[in-house]
Design a protein around this ligand. Structure first.
Ligand code: PBG
Length: 324
């Protein structure tokens, strides 16, 4: 008989399969996004994201307590202000929705790691991530406002600053702003590699942050590009980033692997809103098995090199891991 290898020996029993499994998901890997909204008595389910809610501050503790109870170590906070203007003033207001949310959540749950998303698009009336002049997003003017936003979030008690705006030099500007304000120990989790993706659609419903004109292609990356991702990651590291986010996750597993292989920083996969909604929609139809699909997707992100996963499925995954 011809010689061949019997790979199936290591698949014969569940016990052996467990022994040789190379990649594991842990609760410690998870970061859960929370949307906070100005107002009272609000728990609005986001129509395109079943199971995900906008919360007013008087109710948000319910959500936070659930997250903490499930053993999820970290959340990222997104804010929906009641007022917007052309320079996103509410993003860096000490009494802004994000700042108040962070103060409240850290006050009640000091052990929970709270990450602040640092961007202007939820706070500008035109919906872009920076200041506009002549129809174009102005890089350097925007940096000043981003640094102010980051400092106000750190003052409110944020443990990590996560800038998602994709201006050039945003890590340097924020690092300098934090250092000058005495926050040299607060890390920057940079959305280093962020593509101009159609997978953000449901998030923009959730956060009311769609651009009112044009798109984000002059600052977010072209999905066709790989080397550009390495340039982005490299400059963020030079500027002082402590974590690197790749976003979205699933269509960009190759990029996660590239970044992980080249740079010695923790890599975060952002499993974005569209990736969530597509699974939810199919699961609600009974077309896929939600639990096994989600666990397969998340383990593939870790296999690709992600150390952490930012996901709207975090609570479900924490529950499923408990049941196992
Ligand atoms: C803000 C921001 C976006 C997301 C996170 N921060 C949207 C965007 O760039 O329009 C998307 C997250 C998701 O889709 O889950 N800049």
């Amino acid at each position: 008989m011809v010689q061949f290898r019997r790979h199936r020996r290591l698949r014969r029993t569940a016990g052996i399969r467990n022994m040789v499994r190379e990649t594991h998901l842990h609760k410690e890997d998870l970061i859960y996004p929370i949307f906070v909204k100005e107002g009272e008595n609000i728990q609005n389910e986001i129509p395109s994201m079943p199971g995900v809610y906008q919360w007013s501050l008087d109710l948000v503790d319910r959500e936070v307590e659930e997250v903490v109870g499930l053993g999820i170590p970290s959340i990222i906070v997104f804010g929906i202000p009641s007022e917007k203007d052309d320079v996103g003033s509410c993003a860096y207001d000490t009494e802004g929705i994000v700042q108040r949310a962070i103060r409240q959540i850290k006050g009640n749950h000091p052990e929970l790691t709270v990450i602040a998303d640092t961007c202007l698009c939820q706070f500008t009336d035109h919906g872009h991530c920076g200041v506009i002049e002549d129809g174009y997003v102005q890089n350097d003017e925007t940096l000043v406002l981003l640094a102010k936003t980051a400092v106000s979030q750190a003052e409110a008690g944020a443990d990590i600053i996560a800038p998602s705006n994709m201006m050039d030099g945003f890590v340097a500007a924020i690092r300098q702003g934090l250092d000058e304000a005495g926050f040299e120990d607060i890390p920057v989790m940079s959305y280093a590699v962020k593509y101009a993706s159609s997978f953000y659609g449901p998030f923009r419903d959730a956060a009311h942050s769609s651009p009112k004109f044009g798109d984000r292609k002059t600052y977010q990356m072209d999905p066709a590009n790989r080397l550009e991702a390495l340039r982005e990651a490299e400059s963020d590291i030079e500027e002082g980033a402590d974590f690197l986010i790749v976003k979205p996750a699933l269509s960009y597993l190759d990029i996660i692997r590239d970044v992980k292989d080249r740079y010695p920083l923790p890599v975060v996969a952002y499993n974005v809103s569209g990736e969530y909604s597509m699974v939810k929609a199919a699961a609600l139809q009974g077309w896929v098995d939600e639990r096994s699909i989600v666990l397969e997707k998340l383990v593939s992100m870790k296999r690709a090199g992600a150390d952490l996963i930012l996901t709207y499925f975090a609570k479900d995954v924490a529950r499923w891991l408990e049941e196992k």
